[in-house]
Design a protein around this ligand. Structure first.
Ligand code: BGC
Length: 901
C-alpha cells in the first residue's frame, strides 16, 4: 500500500467527545473516523485499548483484534471503572486488504462520581435574603448570593477537580478568578429527578498555602420567575442552594478534600436582580473585590445553613455546556425618529452584551434588547410580552467597566442604550460587543446553492438553531416562554441533526421528557415541565416522545438511547390508545392542531385541518415508529402488537377521513401532506392525494397554507410523489407566504409567523410574534436530503449506507451542495448544471458506501473524473433505468459528469 493512501484514524471519541471531563457512565461507548486516499476502504477489524496511564504502559482493557466493521458505539466491557479517574484510549484498525493503521491519537475520558452516595459535601443555603424591591415594575427577587470558604494546601499539587452544582444557577471562582467558560450551569433538567453537576479541572488555579474558593448563586430556572403566568416562580423550590466538592491530588498520592458545609459564609453581591426573562440589575459599587481570595476579610459575612436537598437525583453533566461561542460587533448606531440611541448588531442573536467602558462613579445606564424595529424605525419590544430582557448597570468609577450579565440571556438584534447619549457613535461601537451563547455543539452540516436568498434562509435556520439550543430546545429566546415546547422540537430535530452534532443535547432532553411524562403516559407541553397546572397534552407535541428518539437513532445509530426511551415511547402510544372514542381513532381531547397555519379562522392560531385527522395521523406515525423500535430492539411480541395496532389505526383513518371513492375528505394542504408522509394512503388514493396537494399549491400561485404540523413535510412529499418541481418553486417563492418572504424582509433568523412583519411593515401581532422560532426552519431537512441529495438508505442508520440522489431544480438553480460530518466522517453531495453538462461531486467516508442516483444520465456517456465509469476504482455496481444511472460506490471522492437535456 503506498504511504499516501495509508489508512489512518482521524478522530476518536468517547460518548461523542474527543475529551470528556466528568461522566458517570459505567459503560462508555467509543467511536472513530477513518481516512484514506484510496477508494473503497472498509474496516475489517479493530483493536481498542484502554489504560489509566497516558503512556499505555499497562492496559486495563485490550479488545485484541476484533473482526468487525463496527466503528461507532463500541461499548467498554473492561474491568469496572473507578470514580474520579482519568482513562486513556486508542485504536488501531485493519482494512479489507489486511493493511493496518498506526495507533490513533490518544483520547481520554474521566469519571466523576459513579455513585451519588459518594458525595461528601453538604448542600448549603445562603441566608435567605429578603427580596429587594427594585423600581416598581420589577418582580421581586433576592440579590445574587456570594458564598465562600478558605483552605490550606501543601506543596506538589498534581491535579485538582471541583464537582459543583446549584439549586439555581451558579458560577465558580477560585483565588479571584472565574473558573471555566460554562454559562447557566448546572443547566435545566427535571431537577427533582435529574440534577446535573459539573466537573472542573482547577489545577492551574490553586497554590500551595492559603486558597479561597467561592460560588455566585442565582435563582435561574429552579426558583426564579418562569412561564408567562403572572407572579409564577419557584417551580422547583423556594431556596437557592449549592453543593461543591474539591479534590486535590498531591505528587505523593495523598488527597485533600474541601466541601461545602456550614463553615462557609455568604453575602450579597453586585447583582441586585437577575432572571432568565428579565435581565440583570448590577451595581458595580457593591462589588466585593477579591471576594474569592484567601485573604479577603469576610468578617461581615453571614453564616450559611444546611439544605435538605437530596443527592440521589445528582448526575454528571450530559449535554454540551452553554458557552459564548462567538463575539460579534455592532454594525451601526441608529438614532431613531423617537430620538433613541440604538445599537444594531446586524444579526438577531441570543446571548448578552458585554460592555467595556470607563464610566464615572454612579453613572447609570440601561440596555434594552429587541429583535426588530417598528415600521417607523423606532425601538420595539411589544413582542416580548412580560419579559424585560433589560440590563441596568451602575458604574463604580475609577477604572474599567468590563461587564456582561452572568445569569440570563436575551434574544435581540437591537440594543437601546439609555444613559450614554452624549457619547460619540464611534465610542459606543467600540464599547459594546455581542456574546453569542448556546450549547456548545459541534457544527456538522453545510448547505449552499446558487440562489443567495436560499443561502440566507440556511443562515437563518442555523441562527435559529443556535439561539434556541440554550441547554434545552426552546420555542423562542426572547419573550416570557423560552420553554422546551415538545412540538417545536420534534418538527426541527432532523434539520438540527444536519447542522450540528445534537446527540448529547437531545439525549439529555429526552431523559427529562421520560422523567416528566405523566403516569398515564401523556406528555406535558413543555420539557422540562414547569406548567404543572396544565394537565393537557396534544398530538404532534406529545409525539416528540417517539419521533425524537427514533430520529436520534437514525442520525447517530444511538441504539442505547432508543432502548432507554422505549418505555416512554410505548407509554405515549398506549396513552393515545386509551383516549379516543374507540381505540384506533384519536378524536378527543385538546390539540394545538396545525398551529399557526394560514387556513385558520380569523383570530385563531389553529389551522383548519381537522384536529382528529391530525391526531389520528400522528397516532399512526408513532405506532409505526414504536413498531420499528421494537424490531430494532428485538421485542418480538411488541412487533406483533404494534403491527396489528398500526393496521387497525390505518383502517380507522381510511374509514373516517377518506371517501369511498378514494378522495381525502379534508381539503387542506396539511391533511394531504400527513396522509402521504405517514403512509396512510396507498395506490390510486395515494396518487390522487399527491396530485390534489400539487393542485392546491399550484392554484394558490405556488404558496403554502401550512402551519407547524404540515410545513416540515410539504416539500418532502411533493418531491417523493413526482412533484419535485413544485417543491422547488415553493422554496424559491418569495412573495408572502413563503420561506423567502421573511428573507426579502431582511430577516436574519426564522420567524414564528409567515407574516411576522407584513409587506407594509406592520406586525402580525404583539402577543405571539417571535422573530426567532425554528419550526419553519425544518425545510432544511429537505434542502440537504432532497435538493442537494445527501441522504441514507431507508433501512440504514448513522449514514453507513449513504444514498446520494441529487434532485436537480429544472433549471431554477445552477448548483446545490451539502456536506455532513456524519458518524463515519465527511459526506458530500454537490451538483452543478452548466451549459447542458451536469457535474456531481461526491465524498463517501471510509467504512461507508453509497448508492448514487444520477438522474438523466446514460451509462455510455457517464464519466468519473474524465474516465468511463466501468473503469473506475471504487465503483462496485452500475445499473441503468430509463430515468437514471444507479451506481454503488465505496469510500472516496468522485466527480461524475454527463450531458443532459
Ligand atoms: C410556542 C409554540 C408552541 C405553542 C403551542 C407557543 O406559545 O411559542 O412554539 O409550540 O405555544 O402551541
Amino acid at each position: 500500500m503506498n504511504p499516501q493512501a495509508a489508512l489512518s484514524v482521524s478522530q476518536v471519541t468517547c460518548e461523542y467527545r474527543e475529551e470528556l471531563l466528568g461522566t458517570d457512565q459505567f459503560v462508555p461507548r467509543f467511536g472513530w473516523k477513518l481516512s484514506s486516499k484510496e477508494r473503497g476502504i472498509k474496516q475489517q477489524a479493530y483493536q481498542l485499548v484502554v489504560s489509566d496511564l497516558p503512556d499505555f504502559s499497562l492496559y486495563l482493557w485490550d479488545t485484541g483484534r476484533i473482526e468487525s466493521d463496527q466503528s461507532i458505539h463500541i461499548e467498554y466491557t473492561g474491568p469496572a471503572l473507578q470514580s474520579r479517574t482519568r482513562y486513556y484510549y486508542r485504536v488501531k484498525v485493519w482494512e479489507q486488504q489486511g493493511n493496518c493503521s498506526e495507533w490513533s491519537s490518544t483520547g481520554w475520558w474521566e469519571t466523576a462520581f459513579l455513585d451519588s452516595g459518594e458525595w461528601q459535601a453538604k448542600w448549603i443555603m445562603p441566608k435567605q435574603l429578603p427580596a429587594v424591591q427594585q423600581a416598581q415594575e420589577w418582580p421581586d427577587s433576592p440579590p445574587v448570593s456570594l458564598l465562600r470558604t478558605t483552605f490550606q494546601l501543601k506543596e506538589n499539587i498534581v491535579s485538582a477537580r471541583v464537582y459543583a452544582t446549584a439549586a439555581g444557577l451558579y458560577d465558580l471562582h477560585l483565588n479571584g478568578e472565574r473558573v471555566g467558560e460554562e454559562l447557566l450551569a448546572p443547566g435545566w433538567t427535571s431537577y427533582h429527578h435529574r440534577h446535573q453537576y459539573q466537573t472542573y479541572d482547577v489545577t492551574r488555579y490553586l497554590q500551595a498555602g492559603g486558597n479561597g474558593i467561592g460560588i455566585q448563586a442565582a435563582d435561574g430556572w429552579y426558583s426564579g420567575r418562569i412561564s408567562w403566568e403572572k407572579g409564577y416562580r419557584s417551580a422547583y423550590g423556594e431556596h437557592r442552594a449549592v453543593l461543591l466538592e474539591l479534590h486535590v491530588q498531591y505528587a505523593d498520592g495523598s488527597e485533600e478534600v474541601v466541601v461545602t458545609d456550614t463553615t462557609w459564609k455568604s453575602s450579597e453581591g453586585p447583582i441586585r436582580y437577575t432572571s432568565i426573562y428579565d435581565g440583570e440589575i448590577y451595581d458595580a459599587r457593591l462589588e466585593q473585590a477579591g471576594w474569592s481570595k484567601y485573604d479577603y476579610d469576610d468578617s461581615g459575612w453571614e453564616d450559611v445553613s444546611r439544605s435538605d436537598l437530596p443527592y440521589h437525583p445528582l448526575i454528571a453533566q450530559e449535554n454540551w455546556p452553554v458557552k459564548v461561542t462567538e463575539t460579534i460587533h455592532p454594525v451601526s448606531v441608529l438614532h431613531t425618529p423617537r430620538g433613541e440611541t440604538v445599537l444594531d448588531m446586524g444579526q438577531n442573536m441570543v446571548g448578552r452584551i458585554r460592555m467595556n467602558m470607563n464610566l464615572d462613579a454612579g453613572t447609570k445606564i440601561t440596555l434594552d434588547h429587541a429583535e426588530v424595529l417598528d415600521r417607523e424605525g423606532n425601538f420595539y419590544t411589544g413582542n416580548l410580552r412580560s419579559a424585560k430582557q433589560l440590563v441596568v448597570y451602575t458604574a463604580r468609577g475609577n477604572g474599567e467597566d468590563n461587564y456582561a450579565p452572568a445569569f440570563t440571556f436575551m434574544g435581540f438584534r437591537y440594543v437601546r442604550i439609555v444613559g450614554l447619549e452624549e457619547l460619540d457613535d464611534s465610542v459606543l461601537l467600540k464599547g459594546f460587543t455581542g456574546e453569542v451563547m448556546h450549547s456548545d455543539m459541534v457544527q456538522t452540516g453545510q448547505f449552499d446553492c446558487s440562489d443567495e436568498r436560499v443561502n440566507r434562509l440556511q443562515h437563518n435556520i442555523v441562527w435559529g438553531q443556535r439561539g434556541n439550543f440554550v441547554d434545552i430546545p426552546t420555542d423562542c429566546p426572547q419573550r416570557d416562554e423560552r420553554l422546551g415546547w415538545t412540538g417545536d422540537a420534534q418538527v426541527f430535530i432532523r434539520t438540527a441533526a444536519f447542522n450540528y452534532q445534537v446527540a448529547p443535547f437531545f439525549a439529555k432532553w429526552l431523559r427529562d421528557l421520560a422523567a416528566d411524562q405523566r403516569e398515564d403516559g401523556s406528555v406535558p407541553f413543555t420539557i422540562p415541565n414547569i406548567l404543572k397546572w396544565n394537565k393537557d397534552t396534544s398530538a404532534a407535541w406529545g409525539d416528540a416522545a417517539v419521533i425524537c428518539p427514533w430520529t436520534q437513532y437514525q442520525c447517530y445509530g444511538d441504539i442505547r438511547l432508543l432502548s432507554e426511551q422505549y418505555d416512554s415511547m410505548k407509554a405515549w402510544v398506549n396513552y393515545i390508545r386509551g383516549e379516543g372514542e374507540y381505540e384506533y381513532l384519536w378524536n378527543t381531547g385538546h390539540h394545538f392542531g396545525d398551529w399557526l397555519a394560514l387556513d385558520a379562522k380569523e383570530n385563531s392560531y389553529v389551522g383548519a385541518t381537522p384536529l382528529d385527522l391530525i391526531a389520528t395521523s400522528f397516532y399512526a406515525y408513532s405506532v409505526d415508529l414504536v413498531r420499528n423500535a421494537a424490531v430494532v430492539l428485538g421485542r418480538s411480541e411488541d412487533v406483533k402488537e404494534y403491527s396489528d395496532l398500526l393496521y387497525q389505526v390505518r383502517r380507522a383513518y381510511l374509514n373516517e377521513f377518506v371517501t369511498p371513492a378514494g378522495r381525502l375528505a379534508a381539503p387542506m394542504q396539511t391533511a394531504h401532506v400527513l396522509a402521504l408522509m405517514f403512509g396512510l394512503v396507498e395506490g390510486d388514493t395515494r396518487r390522487r392525494t399527491a396530485s390534489e396537494l400539487n393542485r392546491m399549491v399550484v392554484q394558490n400561485g405556488y404558496h403554502l397554507t401550512t402551519g407547524f404540523v404540515g410545513t416540515p413535510y410539504l416539500c418532502i412529499v411533493l418531491s417523493e410523489n413526482g412533484y419535485h418541481e413544485t417543491a422547488v418553486k415553493l422554496l424559491l417563492q418569495d412573495s408572502y407566504p413563503s420561506w423567502l418572504y421573511s428573507v426579502t424582509q431582511g430577516a436574519t433568523t426564522i420567524w414564528e409567523h409567515w407574516d411576522g412583519i407584513k409587506p407594509d411593515g406592520s406586525f402580525w401581532s404583539d402577543d405571539m410574534n417571535s422573530y426567532n422560532h425554528y419550526a419553519y426552519g425544518a425545510i432544511g431537512d429537505w434542502m440537504y436530503r432532497y435538493l442537494a441529495g445527501l441522504d441514507m438508505e431507508d433501512s440504514d442508520i448513522a449514514y453507513k449506507k449513504i444514498r446520494i440522489h441529487p434532485r436537480f431544480a429544472a433549471g431554477q438553480l445552477k448548483h446545490a451542495s451539502a456536506k455532513l460530518d456524519s458518524p463515519y466522517g465527511r459526506i458530500e453531495s454537490s451538483w452543478q448544471e452548466d451549459k447542458g453538462l451536469r457535474t456531481v461531486r461526491i465524498q463517501i467516508p471510509v467504512n461507508a458506501e453509497a448508492k448514487i442516483i444520477l438522474e438523466g444520465a446514460d451509462h455510455a456517456h457517464l464519466l468519473e473524473s474524465g474516465h468511463p465509469v466501468e473503469d473506475v476504482k471504487g465503483i462496485i455496481e452500475i445499473t441503468s433505468t430509463a430515468e437514471a444511472v444507479e451506481l454503488r460506490a465505496g469510500s472516496g471522492e468522485y466527480v461524475f459528469s454527463y450531458k443532459y437535456s
